[in-house]
Design a protein around this ligand. Sequence first.
Ligand code: BGC
Length: 830
Amino acid sequence: MTFEPQGSFISSSSASNAGDPAVYFRREFDVDDRLQRATLRITALGIVEPYLNGVRVGDEVLAPGWTSYRHRVMVSSYDVTDQLVAGHNALGAIVGEGWAVGDLTWEKKRHNYTDRPALFAQLELEYAERTEIIATDEQFRVGEGAVRGNGIYSGETYDARLEPDGWHQPAFDDTGWASAQLFDWSLETLELPTAPPIRRIEEIVPVDILTSPQGKTIVDFGQIVSGWVRLTVSGEAGKTVTLRYAEVLTPDGELETETNRGAETTDRYTLRGGGETWEPGFTFHGFRYVEVSGWPGSPEKDAFRAVVVHSDMPRTGWFETSNELVNQLHKNVVWSMRGNFVGVPTDCPQRDERLGWAGDLNVFAPTATFLYDVRGVLGSWLQDLAAEQEETGSVPWVVPYVAANMVPVPSTPTAIWSDVAVSLPWTLYQEYGDLDILRRSYDSMTAFIRQVEPLLNESCLWDTGFQFGDWLDPDAPADRPWDGKTDNHLIAAAYLCKTTREMAETSRLLGEKDDAARFRALHEKVRGAFRDEYVSANGRVTNESATAYALVIMFGILDEDQRRKAGDRLAQIVEKTDFTISTGFAGTHVLTHALSSTGHLEQAYKLLLNTAPPSFLYPVTMGATTMWERWDSLLPDGTVHATGMTSLNHYALGAIGDWLQRVVGGLNRVEAGWTRIRIAPKPGGGIMSAKAAHHTPGGKVEVSWRVEDNEMVLDVIVPPGSSAEVILPLHPDKPELEVGPGPHSWRYALSEKYGAPVEYTLDTVLGEIFTNSEVWAAVLDVFREHLPGVPLDAAATHLAAMPLSAVVERAPDTKELERDLRDVLSRANA
Ligand code: BGC
């Protein structure tokens, strides 16, 4: 589909100041009764809500989303034939500030693209013999209405009394409105989108309405989401209801807005009088709780809905096990992806950032491609990246680029953040098997490598310039997240080994022979330099950290013998830290893979299942419903870590999803596009069953394994057009089988006893017991008898870190409870 833009962008006559009302545009026009088809093309510098004859057009929200507007502005297209009538019609549009005009970054800089909201619309009226175009021009009128203030970070202020009746319908008297002005913006930036639009995807009913110790009303939706609240209210005209959004409550039960940092995230609705339903349209929030003030009467749950909003991507991946804590961890990964794919793949959706930080996406991308079809969203983002890179000569650390301190222009090249230019197209190609993905990004990929090459020292090490390093290494000083224990230049050199290999492979696949030879040679030099500088002949790495070992193991830097020894050393390191996490953004996504691929599956599971902070499951035991930015964003006492970098909805560390899906679930891609698959679940950690399913380009692949009476049951479905090698898990003879499309099942006895050799005692934490549903049920029965009215069953995940003895201490009759519990435990141990 193509379109020829006509007309011009239009705007009001004045620049917009913080807190200004949204701009309303309208125009009337005639349609004759021989109309065959009508198409509305519409976009804005800002956020646009279109109307025809008083009815909202389409179901997109936050359109046109955020792209690198200077290069690309997306135009929505709607078939509006049925919304028009023969005779008089009216087109209306409200344009809010959005990303183009309003505050961006912690510096709250305004006017990053333009100083006022501007509208572009083109209505194409097709008759048998001609097409009539109504395009934005000075015939449009400009006014204002109920949207009094709006900002992505600040929220929306809406006074329903000020909405002019019928402004978007014919015969409205707009003599009090001004003429629109032509607004200078190149129509060459206009494009039809390749990414799916942002929509309302789901609605969530409140789980509770709380009254805080200070008497505040707080609605709890039970899940951190991105979007907003829709309210239904009746009361006196002029009363204002205020909604303040937050991810978490303070330990004493008040709204905790710390994680929003400088974002006000507040919506205000002033009633028109009578019954009314309202939701904002020019902002979004990352939240689980909403503090409501000014409500007429006492609010009921039915008055509120959390409207979950994100890019409307098809879901493609599912994962589940017998372990509820692991399931919650995986759900948290999915929810953080949903919360951060609101048009742009962002770091977080709640605070004064919500930026397309490239490093976060780079480490999360393999997980993302499993969970959702991201071809559209990430393909579009890569176009933005390439456009910005071409303009500034460098890959910006945030895409779309926005100026701020900490984000220099041009951004200097760094590992993980800038090399996303190479690794993201590579990851997408692996998933979809489509060479066009690489072809489209080829110039951008090679430009990055060519930029880094001259920065290498004489032995080919990347040893200069700022690096984010192992960002948010838990051992880094809280105010210096880039200053972790792994040498930043070791990390940069390791990532360059990876990206030069990906680049050489890309050139080869695209038939770019000279480039392929050149990049292959560069890769060999970079790898050689790394080994000379950082690795001993026996596979010891100079900088002994889990991240350093995980990188050399996973990035093909070592030979086989060294790799084995490095794996042993990595296992020792994680044991030494008691299976807590000591890696940041650079190392976490490869850590468990590095262990399980060097014969240390047991240590990988111990890392996965640990609940002591910092660990994968600690946030789960703290009631997390999304992935956190740092492992201890919330401290064990429930207070927020005092660093300002404490988002509770950051997908980066959710990169563990990839290991869950591939190793626990056992679903692996061998050939790009999944034409060749390896099914190789590696059970462990006492997990008794797991299921993983994924829509590959050729169809759905499924794996399900479970241990029953010490027999393994494995069910597999291979999609049409694919073949699979199956490595039967825990099979005494370890056979490798070859299978074609369709369903396959196996059942066999295990030679060794499989399962958690857990010795339950009163020191066992609830989380551990919770993973065995039989034991948990028996323990719950005892609790119910001795602790009537204490809702321990519902709170299981929240109390996962609590040992049984702590529950016993709270009981009125300790002795009997203890006796019955010991009874249950000894039966479970037997
Ligand atoms: C973001 C990170 C990002 C980092 C890099 C942070 O503020 O939230 O996730 O990658 O900055 O500087």
